[in-house]
Write a protein that binds this ligand. Structure first.
Ligand code: BES
Ligand code: ZN
Ligand code: ZN
Length: 495
Protein backbone atom coordinates (compact mmCIF):
# COMPACT_ATOMS: atom_id res chain seq x y z
CA UNK A 1 0.00 0.00 0.00
CA UNK A 2 1.34 3.42 -0.93
CA UNK A 3 0.87 6.03 1.77
CA UNK A 4 -1.05 8.73 -0.10
CA UNK A 5 -2.13 11.84 1.73
CA UNK A 6 -3.49 15.24 0.79
CA UNK A 7 -2.30 18.57 2.17
CA UNK A 8 -3.37 22.20 1.76
CA UNK A 9 -0.20 23.89 2.95
CA UNK A 10 3.08 24.15 1.07
CA UNK A 11 5.29 21.86 3.09
CA UNK A 12 7.93 19.56 1.67
CA UNK A 13 8.45 16.55 3.90
CA UNK A 14 12.12 15.64 4.37
CA UNK A 15 11.78 12.26 2.58
CA UNK A 16 10.43 13.76 -0.65
CA UNK A 17 12.76 12.98 -3.55
CA UNK A 18 10.74 14.27 -6.50
CA UNK A 19 8.31 17.11 -7.00
CA UNK A 20 5.79 16.28 -9.72
CA UNK A 21 4.10 19.10 -11.64
CA UNK A 22 1.50 18.57 -14.37
CA UNK A 23 1.82 21.08 -17.22
CA UNK A 24 -0.21 22.06 -20.28
CA UNK A 25 1.45 23.23 -23.46
CA UNK A 26 -0.81 26.27 -23.60
CA UNK A 27 -0.42 27.15 -19.90
CA UNK A 28 3.20 26.40 -19.03
CA UNK A 29 3.30 29.42 -16.73
CA UNK A 30 0.87 27.72 -14.32
CA UNK A 31 3.40 24.96 -13.72
CA UNK A 32 6.28 27.41 -13.29
CA UNK A 33 4.25 29.33 -10.71
CA UNK A 34 3.70 26.39 -8.37
CA UNK A 35 4.13 27.68 -4.80
CA UNK A 36 5.97 24.47 -3.96
CA UNK A 37 8.86 25.43 -6.25
CA UNK A 38 11.82 27.14 -4.70
CA UNK A 39 12.78 30.47 -6.22
CA UNK A 40 15.72 29.28 -8.33
CA UNK A 41 13.71 26.36 -9.69
CA UNK A 42 10.85 28.67 -10.64
CA UNK A 43 13.31 30.57 -12.81
CA UNK A 44 14.81 27.34 -14.14
CA UNK A 45 11.37 26.08 -15.11
CA UNK A 46 10.51 29.36 -16.84
CA UNK A 47 13.78 29.38 -18.78
CA UNK A 48 13.46 25.70 -19.77
CA UNK A 49 9.92 26.46 -20.96
CA UNK A 50 11.05 29.48 -22.97
CA UNK A 51 13.80 27.43 -24.58
CA UNK A 52 11.33 24.67 -25.45
CA UNK A 53 12.96 21.95 -23.32
CA UNK A 54 9.77 21.85 -21.34
CA UNK A 55 6.94 21.89 -23.87
CA UNK A 56 3.94 20.61 -21.93
CA UNK A 57 3.59 17.80 -24.44
CA UNK A 58 6.04 15.24 -23.12
CA UNK A 59 7.46 14.63 -19.66
CA UNK A 60 10.62 16.44 -18.54
CA UNK A 61 12.68 15.25 -15.57
CA UNK A 62 15.51 17.28 -14.12
CA UNK A 63 17.57 17.23 -10.91
CA UNK A 64 17.36 20.29 -8.67
CA UNK A 65 20.16 19.39 -6.22
CA UNK A 66 19.89 22.59 -4.18
CA UNK A 67 16.18 22.13 -3.42
CA UNK A 68 14.54 20.20 -0.60
CA UNK A 69 12.67 18.00 -3.12
CA UNK A 70 15.88 17.21 -5.09
CA UNK A 71 14.24 16.56 -8.49
CA UNK A 72 11.36 17.85 -10.56
CA UNK A 73 9.21 15.86 -12.98
CA UNK A 74 7.06 17.98 -15.27
CA UNK A 75 4.24 15.90 -16.70
CA UNK A 76 3.39 17.03 -20.25
CA UNK A 77 -0.33 16.83 -21.00
CA UNK A 78 -0.87 18.74 -24.24
CA UNK A 79 -3.56 21.39 -24.60
CA UNK A 80 -5.54 22.10 -21.47
CA UNK A 81 -8.92 21.94 -23.20
CA UNK A 82 -8.11 18.54 -24.75
CA UNK A 83 -6.86 16.71 -21.67
CA UNK A 84 -8.67 13.49 -20.71
CA UNK A 85 -8.27 11.04 -17.82
CA UNK A 86 -6.75 8.59 -20.33
CA UNK A 87 -4.12 11.12 -21.42
CA UNK A 88 -3.27 11.89 -17.81
CA UNK A 89 -2.92 8.19 -16.90
CA UNK A 90 -0.83 7.67 -20.03
CA UNK A 91 1.62 10.47 -19.18
CA UNK A 92 1.84 9.41 -15.53
CA UNK A 93 2.44 5.81 -16.62
CA UNK A 94 5.47 6.99 -18.56
CA UNK A 95 6.64 9.03 -15.57
CA UNK A 96 6.24 5.93 -13.38
CA UNK A 97 8.98 4.18 -15.37
CA UNK A 98 11.26 7.20 -14.89
CA UNK A 99 10.60 7.17 -11.13
CA UNK A 100 11.51 3.50 -11.06
CA UNK A 101 14.67 4.01 -13.12
CA UNK A 102 15.76 7.00 -11.02
CA UNK A 103 14.86 5.15 -7.78
CA UNK A 104 12.38 7.75 -6.56
CA UNK A 105 10.25 6.60 -3.66
CA UNK A 106 8.61 9.71 -2.13
CA UNK A 107 6.66 11.95 -4.48
CA UNK A 108 5.17 15.34 -3.87
CA UNK A 109 2.42 16.01 -6.43
CA UNK A 110 1.39 19.56 -7.19
CA UNK A 111 -2.38 19.36 -7.83
CA UNK A 112 -3.50 22.83 -6.72
CA UNK A 113 -3.31 24.50 -10.15
CA UNK A 114 -5.07 21.58 -11.89
CA UNK A 115 -8.11 21.49 -9.61
CA UNK A 116 -11.22 20.84 -11.72
CA UNK A 117 -9.12 19.86 -14.76
CA UNK A 118 -7.20 16.79 -13.64
CA UNK A 119 -8.27 14.14 -11.20
CA UNK A 120 -5.74 12.95 -8.62
CA UNK A 121 -7.38 9.51 -8.81
CA UNK A 122 -6.04 9.09 -12.35
CA UNK A 123 -2.53 9.83 -11.10
CA UNK A 124 -2.90 7.23 -8.37
CA UNK A 125 -4.26 4.62 -10.82
CA UNK A 126 -1.35 5.01 -13.23
CA UNK A 127 1.18 4.75 -10.41
CA UNK A 128 -0.38 1.75 -8.65
CA UNK A 129 -0.90 -0.15 -11.92
CA UNK A 130 2.34 1.15 -13.42
CA UNK A 131 4.66 -0.12 -10.74
CA UNK A 132 3.21 -3.62 -10.69
CA UNK A 133 5.70 -6.39 -11.37
CA UNK A 134 5.48 -10.15 -11.11
CA UNK A 135 8.59 -11.58 -9.43
CA UNK A 136 7.21 -14.50 -7.42
CA UNK A 137 9.59 -17.04 -8.97
CA UNK A 138 12.68 -14.89 -9.57
CA UNK A 139 15.73 -14.96 -7.33
CA UNK A 140 16.48 -11.27 -7.14
CA UNK A 141 19.13 -9.95 -4.74
CA UNK A 142 17.74 -7.27 -2.41
CA UNK A 143 19.70 -4.49 -4.07
CA UNK A 144 18.28 -5.42 -7.49
CA UNK A 145 14.63 -5.52 -6.44
CA UNK A 146 12.45 -3.02 -8.33
CA UNK A 147 12.19 0.24 -6.39
CA UNK A 148 8.61 1.19 -5.67
CA UNK A 149 7.01 4.39 -4.52
CA UNK A 150 6.07 4.23 -0.87
CA UNK A 151 4.62 7.69 -0.36
CA UNK A 152 2.76 10.31 -2.39
CA UNK A 153 1.98 13.64 -0.80
CA UNK A 154 -0.55 15.65 -2.80
CA UNK A 155 -0.75 19.42 -2.53
CA UNK A 156 -4.33 20.45 -3.34
CA UNK A 157 -6.15 23.77 -3.61
CA UNK A 158 -7.43 25.42 -0.42
CA UNK A 159 -11.01 24.89 -1.60
CA UNK A 160 -10.66 21.09 -1.56
CA UNK A 161 -12.35 19.17 1.25
CA UNK A 162 -9.48 17.00 2.43
CA UNK A 163 -11.62 14.34 4.09
CA UNK A 164 -13.82 13.71 1.05
CA UNK A 165 -10.96 13.77 -1.44
CA UNK A 166 -8.79 11.55 0.74
CA UNK A 167 -11.57 8.94 0.84
CA UNK A 168 -11.87 9.02 -2.96
CA UNK A 169 -8.13 8.59 -3.38
CA UNK A 170 -8.05 5.67 -0.97
CA UNK A 171 -10.81 4.05 -2.98
CA UNK A 172 -8.94 4.58 -6.25
CA UNK A 173 -5.94 2.85 -4.71
CA UNK A 174 -8.04 -0.05 -3.45
CA UNK A 175 -9.63 -0.57 -6.88
CA UNK A 176 -6.23 -0.79 -8.54
CA UNK A 177 -4.93 -3.11 -5.86
CA UNK A 178 -7.76 -5.47 -6.75
CA UNK A 179 -6.66 -5.22 -10.38
CA UNK A 180 -3.11 -6.07 -9.29
CA UNK A 181 -4.42 -8.95 -7.18
CA UNK A 182 -6.16 -10.26 -10.31
CA UNK A 183 -2.92 -9.80 -12.27
CA UNK A 184 -1.07 -11.91 -9.70
CA UNK A 185 -3.57 -14.72 -10.34
CA UNK A 186 -3.31 -14.27 -14.12
CA UNK A 187 0.49 -14.37 -14.14
CA UNK A 188 0.86 -17.54 -12.07
CA UNK A 189 1.93 -20.52 -14.16
CA UNK A 190 -0.36 -23.52 -14.45
CA UNK A 191 1.55 -25.55 -11.86
CA UNK A 192 1.20 -22.77 -9.29
CA UNK A 193 -2.45 -22.11 -10.03
CA UNK A 194 -4.57 -25.21 -10.47
CA UNK A 195 -8.37 -25.02 -10.21
CA UNK A 196 -8.09 -26.07 -6.54
CA UNK A 197 -5.53 -23.36 -5.78
CA UNK A 198 -7.65 -20.77 -7.61
CA UNK A 199 -10.59 -21.82 -5.44
CA UNK A 200 -8.47 -21.49 -2.27
CA UNK A 201 -7.29 -18.02 -3.29
CA UNK A 202 -10.84 -16.89 -4.10
CA UNK A 203 -12.33 -18.28 -0.88
CA UNK A 204 -9.62 -16.77 1.28
CA UNK A 205 -10.18 -13.38 -0.37
CA UNK A 206 -13.93 -13.65 0.31
CA UNK A 207 -13.22 -14.59 3.93
CA UNK A 208 -10.82 -11.70 4.38
CA UNK A 209 -13.57 -9.25 3.43
CA UNK A 210 -16.48 -11.10 5.08
CA UNK A 211 -18.30 -12.33 1.99
CA UNK A 212 -20.07 -15.67 1.64
CA UNK A 213 -18.36 -18.12 -0.71
CA UNK A 214 -18.17 -21.78 -1.61
CA UNK A 215 -16.60 -24.03 -4.23
CA UNK A 216 -18.21 -27.06 -5.85
CA UNK A 217 -16.07 -30.08 -6.71
CA UNK A 218 -16.61 -32.69 -9.40
CA UNK A 219 -18.90 -34.81 -7.19
CA UNK A 220 -21.36 -31.93 -6.77
CA UNK A 221 -21.04 -31.03 -10.45
CA UNK A 222 -21.89 -34.61 -11.41
CA UNK A 223 -25.01 -34.44 -9.22
CA UNK A 224 -25.96 -31.16 -10.91
CA UNK A 225 -25.43 -32.81 -14.34
CA UNK A 226 -22.80 -30.31 -15.45
CA UNK A 227 -21.57 -32.69 -18.11
CA UNK A 228 -20.33 -30.01 -20.46
CA UNK A 229 -17.94 -28.63 -17.86
CA UNK A 230 -16.94 -32.11 -16.67
CA UNK A 231 -16.14 -33.17 -20.25
CA UNK A 232 -13.40 -30.54 -20.40
CA UNK A 233 -11.95 -31.58 -17.07
CA UNK A 234 -12.06 -35.35 -17.63
CA UNK A 235 -8.66 -35.39 -19.35
CA UNK A 236 -6.92 -33.84 -16.35
CA UNK A 237 -5.84 -35.27 -13.00
CA UNK A 238 -6.65 -31.93 -11.38
CA UNK A 239 -10.18 -31.64 -10.07
CA UNK A 240 -12.43 -29.00 -11.66
CA UNK A 241 -13.95 -26.40 -9.33
CA UNK A 242 -16.84 -24.04 -9.50
CA UNK A 243 -16.23 -21.03 -7.31
CA UNK A 244 -19.12 -18.89 -6.08
CA UNK A 245 -18.85 -15.66 -4.10
CA UNK A 246 -21.94 -13.79 -2.94
CA UNK A 247 -22.44 -10.22 -1.85
CA UNK A 248 -25.94 -9.38 -0.67
CA UNK A 249 -27.11 -5.98 0.51
CA UNK A 250 -30.29 -5.32 2.52
CA UNK A 251 -31.21 -2.32 0.36
CA UNK A 252 -30.49 -4.03 -2.96
CA UNK A 253 -33.13 -3.90 -5.66
CA UNK A 254 -31.30 -5.99 -8.23
CA UNK A 255 -28.81 -8.81 -8.66
CA UNK A 256 -25.91 -8.86 -11.09
CA UNK A 257 -23.93 -11.99 -11.91
CA UNK A 258 -20.30 -12.02 -13.06
CA UNK A 259 -19.01 -15.20 -14.67
CA UNK A 260 -15.34 -15.70 -15.60
CA UNK A 261 -13.64 -18.39 -17.69
CA UNK A 262 -11.08 -20.08 -15.45
CA UNK A 263 -8.97 -22.42 -17.59
CA UNK A 264 -5.82 -22.59 -15.49
CA UNK A 265 -4.16 -24.14 -18.53
CA UNK A 266 -5.49 -24.77 -22.02
CA UNK A 267 -3.43 -27.23 -24.09
CA UNK A 268 -6.35 -27.67 -26.46
CA UNK A 269 -7.15 -31.24 -25.40
CA UNK A 270 -7.12 -33.92 -28.14
CA UNK A 271 -7.41 -31.04 -30.65
CA UNK A 272 -3.96 -30.15 -29.33
CA UNK A 273 -2.61 -26.64 -29.81
CA UNK A 274 0.72 -26.09 -31.60
CA UNK A 275 3.61 -25.98 -29.11
CA UNK A 276 4.81 -22.53 -30.14
CA UNK A 277 3.46 -20.06 -27.61
CA UNK A 278 1.45 -22.68 -25.78
CA UNK A 279 2.91 -21.47 -22.47
CA UNK A 280 0.76 -18.36 -22.92
CA UNK A 281 -2.29 -20.49 -22.24
CA UNK A 282 -1.63 -20.12 -18.52
CA UNK A 283 -3.46 -16.83 -19.14
CA UNK A 284 -6.65 -18.67 -20.06
CA UNK A 285 -8.08 -17.79 -16.68
CA UNK A 286 -7.95 -14.01 -17.16
CA UNK A 287 -11.75 -13.90 -17.31
CA UNK A 288 -11.87 -15.60 -13.91
CA UNK A 289 -9.23 -13.22 -12.57
CA UNK A 290 -11.21 -10.21 -13.81
CA UNK A 291 -14.50 -11.42 -12.29
CA UNK A 292 -12.77 -12.24 -8.99
CA UNK A 293 -10.83 -8.96 -8.96
CA UNK A 294 -14.05 -6.99 -9.45
CA UNK A 295 -15.62 -9.15 -6.74
CA UNK A 296 -12.76 -8.24 -4.41
CA UNK A 297 -13.76 -4.59 -4.87
CA UNK A 298 -17.40 -5.49 -4.23
CA UNK A 299 -16.48 -7.41 -1.06
CA UNK A 300 -14.52 -4.40 0.20
CA UNK A 301 -16.91 -1.63 -0.86
CA UNK A 302 -20.19 -3.47 -0.20
CA UNK A 303 -22.38 -1.46 -2.61
CA UNK A 304 -26.21 -1.47 -2.33
CA UNK A 305 -26.73 -4.17 -4.95
CA UNK A 306 -26.52 -7.97 -4.91
CA UNK A 307 -23.55 -9.41 -6.77
CA UNK A 308 -22.85 -13.02 -7.47
CA UNK A 309 -19.52 -14.10 -8.92
CA UNK A 310 -19.23 -17.54 -10.51
CA UNK A 311 -15.99 -19.02 -11.80
CA UNK A 312 -15.86 -22.40 -13.51
CA UNK A 313 -12.27 -23.63 -13.41
CA UNK A 314 -10.57 -26.56 -15.09
CA UNK A 315 -7.53 -27.65 -17.05
CA UNK A 316 -7.86 -28.67 -20.71
CA UNK A 317 -5.31 -31.42 -21.33
CA UNK A 318 -4.66 -34.29 -23.67
CA UNK A 319 -4.81 -37.77 -22.16
CA UNK A 320 -6.41 -41.19 -22.53
CA UNK A 321 -9.36 -39.97 -20.50
CA UNK A 322 -9.77 -36.72 -22.43
CA UNK A 323 -13.00 -35.92 -24.27
CA UNK A 324 -12.74 -36.75 -27.99
CA UNK A 325 -13.85 -34.83 -31.07
CA UNK A 326 -17.33 -36.08 -31.95
CA UNK A 327 -18.29 -36.86 -28.34
CA UNK A 328 -21.74 -35.64 -27.38
CA UNK A 329 -22.49 -34.27 -23.91
CA UNK A 330 -25.64 -32.96 -22.25
CA UNK A 331 -25.24 -29.65 -20.41
CA UNK A 332 -27.00 -28.84 -17.15
CA UNK A 333 -29.88 -27.10 -18.93
CA UNK A 334 -30.61 -30.22 -20.98
CA UNK A 335 -29.11 -29.03 -24.28
CA UNK A 336 -26.90 -31.55 -26.07
CA UNK A 337 -23.56 -30.51 -27.55
CA UNK A 338 -21.48 -32.23 -30.19
CA UNK A 339 -17.84 -31.45 -29.39
CA UNK A 340 -16.18 -31.03 -32.79
CA UNK A 341 -13.09 -29.31 -31.42
CA UNK A 342 -11.85 -29.90 -27.88
CA UNK A 343 -9.91 -26.62 -28.00
CA UNK A 344 -13.19 -24.70 -27.98
CA UNK A 345 -13.45 -25.63 -24.29
CA UNK A 346 -14.07 -22.24 -22.68
CA UNK A 347 -17.63 -22.12 -23.97
CA UNK A 348 -18.21 -25.66 -22.64
CA UNK A 349 -17.31 -24.79 -19.07
CA UNK A 350 -19.09 -21.43 -19.27
CA UNK A 351 -22.26 -23.13 -20.58
CA UNK A 352 -22.80 -25.02 -17.33
CA UNK A 353 -21.59 -22.15 -15.13
CA UNK A 354 -24.05 -19.73 -16.73
CA UNK A 355 -26.93 -22.22 -16.71
CA UNK A 356 -26.21 -22.82 -13.00
CA UNK A 357 -26.06 -19.09 -12.24
CA UNK A 358 -29.34 -18.38 -14.03
CA UNK A 359 -31.09 -21.37 -12.47
CA UNK A 360 -29.89 -20.83 -8.90
CA UNK A 361 -29.57 -17.06 -8.55
CA UNK A 362 -31.94 -15.65 -11.21
CA UNK A 363 -29.86 -12.52 -11.74
CA UNK A 364 -31.36 -9.45 -13.42
CA UNK A 365 -28.22 -9.10 -15.49
CA UNK A 366 -25.23 -11.31 -16.18
CA UNK A 367 -21.84 -10.54 -17.71
CA UNK A 368 -19.31 -13.17 -18.61
CA UNK A 369 -15.64 -12.54 -19.36
CA UNK A 370 -13.46 -15.00 -21.21
CA UNK A 371 -10.24 -15.35 -23.18
CA UNK A 372 -12.49 -17.17 -25.59
CA UNK A 373 -11.23 -16.89 -29.16
CA UNK A 374 -8.01 -16.22 -31.04
CA UNK A 375 -10.33 -14.71 -33.66
CA UNK A 376 -10.99 -11.82 -31.28
CA UNK A 377 -7.29 -10.88 -31.45
CA UNK A 378 -7.49 -11.02 -35.25
CA UNK A 379 -10.51 -8.73 -35.22
CA UNK A 380 -9.67 -6.23 -32.48
CA UNK A 381 -5.99 -6.72 -31.69
CA UNK A 382 -4.76 -6.07 -28.16
CA UNK A 383 -6.53 -2.75 -27.78
CA UNK A 384 -10.25 -3.54 -27.53
CA UNK A 385 -12.21 -6.41 -26.04
CA UNK A 386 -15.13 -7.86 -27.99
CA UNK A 387 -18.60 -7.12 -26.63
CA UNK A 388 -21.59 -9.23 -27.61
CA UNK A 389 -25.08 -8.68 -26.29
CA UNK A 390 -28.61 -8.39 -27.56
CA UNK A 391 -29.35 -5.76 -24.93
CA UNK A 392 -28.60 -2.22 -26.08
CA UNK A 393 -28.79 -0.75 -22.58
CA UNK A 394 -26.16 -3.12 -21.28
CA UNK A 395 -23.98 -2.48 -24.34
CA UNK A 396 -24.14 1.24 -23.68
CA UNK A 397 -23.58 1.02 -19.92
CA UNK A 398 -20.66 -1.39 -20.21
CA UNK A 399 -19.00 0.52 -23.04
CA UNK A 400 -19.27 3.77 -21.10
CA UNK A 401 -17.87 2.19 -17.94
CA UNK A 402 -15.02 0.78 -20.01
CA UNK A 403 -14.26 4.13 -21.63
CA UNK A 404 -14.08 5.78 -18.22
CA UNK A 405 -11.30 3.45 -17.10
CA UNK A 406 -9.71 2.93 -20.54
CA UNK A 407 -10.76 -0.71 -20.78
CA UNK A 408 -12.38 -0.31 -24.15
CA UNK A 409 -15.06 -2.53 -25.68
CA UNK A 410 -16.12 -2.92 -29.30
CA UNK A 411 -19.53 -4.40 -30.04
CA UNK A 412 -19.99 -7.27 -32.49
CA UNK A 413 -23.38 -8.54 -33.76
CA UNK A 414 -25.24 -11.35 -32.06
CA UNK A 415 -28.63 -12.68 -33.24
CA UNK A 416 -30.56 -15.73 -34.48
CA UNK A 417 -28.70 -15.69 -37.79
CA UNK A 418 -25.46 -16.24 -35.85
CA UNK A 419 -27.05 -18.91 -33.66
CA UNK A 420 -28.02 -20.79 -36.86
CA UNK A 421 -24.29 -21.40 -37.44
CA UNK A 422 -24.02 -23.61 -34.35
CA UNK A 423 -26.60 -26.31 -35.07
CA UNK A 424 -25.17 -29.78 -34.44
CA UNK A 425 -25.44 -32.74 -36.80
CA UNK A 426 -26.44 -35.30 -34.21
CA UNK A 427 -27.04 -32.98 -31.24
CA UNK A 428 -28.80 -29.66 -30.49
CA UNK A 429 -25.57 -27.70 -30.80
CA UNK A 430 -22.00 -28.11 -31.93
CA UNK A 431 -19.18 -26.29 -30.19
CA UNK A 432 -17.58 -24.58 -33.19
CA UNK A 433 -18.97 -22.64 -36.14
CA UNK A 434 -17.73 -22.20 -39.72
CA UNK A 435 -14.20 -20.87 -40.35
CA UNK A 436 -15.30 -17.23 -40.05
CA UNK A 437 -16.81 -14.94 -37.43
CA UNK A 438 -15.23 -17.11 -34.71
CA UNK A 439 -15.70 -14.58 -31.94
CA UNK A 440 -19.35 -14.05 -32.76
CA UNK A 441 -20.18 -17.75 -33.08
CA UNK A 442 -18.54 -18.35 -29.68
CA UNK A 443 -20.82 -15.67 -28.24
CA UNK A 444 -23.78 -17.18 -30.08
CA UNK A 445 -22.99 -20.57 -28.53
CA UNK A 446 -23.01 -19.06 -25.03
CA UNK A 447 -26.36 -17.38 -25.64
CA UNK A 448 -27.96 -20.83 -25.47
CA UNK A 449 -27.26 -20.97 -21.75
CA UNK A 450 -28.61 -17.69 -20.41
CA UNK A 451 -32.37 -18.24 -20.70
CA UNK A 452 -34.19 -14.89 -20.59
CA UNK A 453 -31.50 -13.19 -18.53
CA UNK A 454 -30.17 -9.86 -19.82
CA UNK A 455 -26.62 -10.82 -20.64
CA UNK A 456 -23.40 -9.53 -22.18
CA UNK A 457 -20.30 -11.45 -23.19
CA UNK A 458 -16.82 -9.90 -23.16
CA UNK A 459 -14.13 -11.68 -25.16
CA UNK A 460 -10.86 -10.58 -23.55
CA UNK A 461 -8.51 -12.92 -25.47
CA UNK A 462 -6.44 -9.95 -26.69
CA UNK A 463 -6.74 -7.65 -23.69
CA UNK A 464 -6.62 -9.92 -20.62
CA UNK A 465 -2.86 -10.11 -21.12
CA UNK A 466 -0.45 -8.62 -23.65
CA UNK A 467 -2.64 -5.54 -23.72
CA UNK A 468 -1.38 -2.58 -25.72
CA UNK A 469 -2.28 1.08 -25.66
CA UNK A 470 -1.69 1.79 -21.96
CA UNK A 471 1.78 2.91 -20.80
CA UNK A 472 1.05 1.87 -17.21
CA UNK A 473 0.43 -1.79 -18.11
CA UNK A 474 3.36 -4.10 -18.78
CA UNK A 475 2.54 -5.72 -22.12
CA UNK A 476 4.09 -9.03 -21.13
CA UNK A 477 1.88 -9.53 -18.09
CA UNK A 478 -1.75 -9.96 -17.20
CA UNK A 479 -3.51 -6.60 -17.50
CA UNK A 480 -6.33 -7.04 -14.99
CA UNK A 481 -8.64 -5.97 -17.87
CA UNK A 482 -12.22 -6.00 -16.67
CA UNK A 483 -11.62 -5.41 -12.97
CA UNK A 484 -11.93 -1.65 -13.14
CA UNK A 485 -14.57 -1.74 -15.87
CA UNK A 486 -16.86 -4.09 -13.93
CA UNK A 487 -16.29 -2.20 -10.69
CA UNK A 488 -17.25 1.08 -12.38
CA UNK A 489 -20.31 -0.52 -14.01
CA UNK A 490 -21.48 -2.15 -10.77
CA UNK A 491 -21.13 1.11 -8.84
CA UNK A 492 -23.11 2.91 -11.58
CA UNK A 493 -25.83 0.22 -11.43
CA UNK A 494 -25.96 0.47 -7.63
CA UNK A 495 -26.70 4.20 -7.69
N1 BES B 1 -8.14 -20.05 -24.99
C1 BES B 1 -8.36 -20.13 -26.37
C2 BES B 1 -8.51 -18.77 -27.05
C3 BES B 1 -7.28 -17.91 -27.09
C4 BES B 1 -6.36 -18.06 -28.12
C5 BES B 1 -7.06 -16.95 -26.13
C6 BES B 1 -5.24 -17.26 -28.16
C7 BES B 1 -5.94 -16.16 -26.18
C8 BES B 1 -5.03 -16.31 -27.19
C9 BES B 1 -9.63 -20.93 -26.67
O1 BES B 1 -9.94 -21.92 -25.76
C10 BES B 1 -9.44 -21.56 -28.01
O2 BES B 1 -8.56 -22.35 -28.13
N2 BES B 1 -10.26 -21.17 -28.96
C11 BES B 1 -10.15 -21.67 -30.28
C12 BES B 1 -11.55 -21.84 -30.82
C13 BES B 1 -11.61 -22.59 -32.13
C14 BES B 1 -11.20 -24.04 -31.91
C15 BES B 1 -13.01 -22.51 -32.67
C16 BES B 1 -9.37 -20.66 -31.12
O3 BES B 1 -9.53 -19.46 -30.93
O4 BES B 1 -8.58 -21.09 -31.95
ZN1 ZN C 1 -8.95 -23.75 -26.21
ZN1 ZN D 1 -9.23 -21.61 -23.80
Amino acid sequence: MIDIHLINQCTVEPEVDCLVIPAFEDALNEAAESPLLEKEDKSALSILSEKGNIDGKSNFYFPTPMSSYQNVMVIGLGKKADVTPAKYREAVGKAASTFQKMKKTHLLLEAAHTEGVLNVENFVEAIVLGQYSYDEFKNIPDDKKPITISEICVHVADSVDLTISQAQINLAQTKCESANWARDLANKPGNALTPSILAEEALSMAKEFDCEAYALGEKEMTELKMNSLLAVSQGSAEEAKMIVIKHTHPQATKTIALVGKGLTFDAGGISLKPSKGMEQMKFDMCGAAAALGAMRNVCIMKPAINIICVVPSSENLCSSTAVKPGDIVKAMNGKTIEIYNTDAEGRLILADAMAYTVDKYKPDMMVDLATLTGACITALGHHYAGLMTENDDMAKALTEAGDTVHERLWRLPLNDEMRELLKGNDADLCNIGPPYAGTITAGAFLSNFVGDTKWAHLDIAGTGWGMKGASYLNEKLGSGFGVRLLTRWILNEAE
